[in-house]
Design a protein around this ligand. Structure first.
Ligand SMILES: Cc1ncc(COP(=O)(O)O)c(C=O)c1O
Ligand SMILES: Nc1ccccc1C(=O)C[C@H](N)C(=O)O
Length: 410
């Protein structure tokens, strides 16, 4: 039976996370189902940005000694519990692409160049392959691709140094078994770097408990750090003193303010810093991470799955009759998004929804993505978003003339 508005409201009345919505500055009249691309703005983050703007004005260069300089490791420690990592295992810095470059180079160095192949997955977010290709082009390493749907075990040989995989796939939302895959790769003498872009802040992540040594991720999606918020990099405590990372800048030096001529890597996670970071970008993220400390991740996961299922339950009958394919994996194997394909009109449907204030996104070819962010979405929001979806599809409103301009982002 299709869920009723009253049933959605009842779920809201019993939602232990309902209070978090008021902590976000959401625009009027918008139903935001794109927190898997860019998270919404926490009120505290907005405030923190204003405070840092004034700190710059009033304190000038002294600001670097007032929390700006050590923000990468301080925020790393704030983030660590959300990832199942310990203190000193996470640094917030750069972006996913650069952090992958650092870790790939570090792994090659730590293996004393005994292995020379980097394996990345076909169909993954392309930057993860692009950066592996770039590193290989400039170093003589070899890039190989694990075809989408291929069996990883068939592609691991004694030449493979490192594998780059996403824990949750950006298109389908498929969740991988991180512990089992990490064990498989390490048995073959290789390392795996996990991309947590679509899992950090979307569900509980257990890096230590899964035997993971290396991971990267971003903070602008589920973690609500803001547009261009810095990425993060995780290295297990036992793997932090194995060599150099290739972006060997002064902030990762053992004594950055000695201004020595030669590079010497800092101890621990600090060696994964590079050069000067944007203190302005760290301020809202720090406020957002403090908010995350209040969140019960088990409740978050339960609501994330319930929101996604509510959306599907409201629309399943429509999918069948309107030629929409639901490629979302089963509940136990999914992240926090619903992925629908309409090959011919997927783009236009998403644009028609945006025109109504229901924001999801489109990824060619044909894919409509809807992200579920339990901190600022209610069950009623999701029910209403599904109602709009149904109306847009049933009336074929998406064929209207206002929708002919293409947007690069959504
Ligand atoms: C899985 C995945 N990896 C990497 C990226 C890109 O990372 P960045 O732009 O932070 O380098 C994204 C999205 O932007 C992504 O979804
Ligand atoms: N960082 C961005 C900047 C501009 C536009 C989109 C993004 C995204 O994050 C896309 C996202 N990674 C995705 O899963 O499609």
């Amino acid at each position: 039976m299709t869920p009723t508005l009253e049933s959605a409201r009842k779920l809201d009345r019993h939602d232990p996370l309902a209070g978090f919505k008021a902590r976000f500055a959401l625009p009027e009249g918008v139903l935001y189902l794109d927190g898997n691309s860019l998270g919404a703005q926490p009120r505290d983050a907005r405030e923190a940005l204003a405070l840092t703007r004034d700190q710059w004005r009033d304190e000038l260069v002294k600001g670097w000694n007032q929390g700006w300089f050590d923000a990468p490791e301080r925020l790393g420690d704030l983030l660590a519990p959300l990832l199942g990592a310990g203190p000193g295992e996470v640094v917030v810095s750069d972006n996913i692409t650069l952090n992958l470059f650092k870790l790939l180079g570090y792994i090659i160095d730590s293996q004393k160049r005994a292995r020379s192949v980097i394996l990345s997955e076909g169909g993954n977010f392309p930057s993860d392959s692009y950066i592996a290709q770039g590193l290989c082009r400039f170093t003589g390493l070899e890039h190989r691709v694990l075809p989408e749907g291929g069996d990883l075990a068939d592609y691991l040989d004694e030449r493979v140094a490192a594998v780059v995989l996403s824990q949750v796939h950006y298109r389908t939302g498929r969740l991988r078994d991180m512990a089992a895959i990490t064990a498989l790769v390490r048995e073959q003498g290789a390392e795996v770097i996990w991309d947590l872009a679509h899992s950090a802040g979307a569900m509980p992540v257990d890096l230590n408990g899964s035997g993971v040594r290396y991971a990267v991720g971003c903070t602008y999606k589920y973690l609500n750090g803001g547009p261009g918020a810095p990425g993060f990099l995780y290295v297990h405590k036992d793997s932090q003193a194995r060599g150099w990372q290739p972006l060997s800048g002064w902030h990762g030096h053992a004594a950055p303010f000695d201004f020595e001529g030669d590079y010497a890597p800092a101890p621990g996670i600090l060696r994964f810093r590079t050069g000067t970071h944007s203190a302005l970008a760290y301020a809202p993220l720090e406020a957002s991470l403090r908010l995350w400390r209040e969140v019960d991740m088990t409740a978050l996961r339960a609501k994330s799955l319930a929101l996604g299922e509510l959306f599907q339950d409201c629309l399943t009958d429509l999918f069948e009759s309107k030629g929409i394919e639901d490629i979302t994996p089963p509940v136990a194997e999914r992240g926090s998004q619903v992925a629908l394909i309409h090959r011919e009109h997927g783009y236009a449907i998403v644009q028609a929804l945006i025109a109504r204030g229901v924001i999801g996104d489109y990824r060619a070819p044909g894919l409509m993505r809807f992200g579920f962010t339990p901190l600022y979405l209610s069950y009623e929001d999701v029910w209403q978003a599904a109602r709009h979806f149904r109306e847009v599809v049933e009336t074929r409103e998406y064929l209207g003339p206002a929708l002919l301009t293409r947007s690069a982002v959504t």
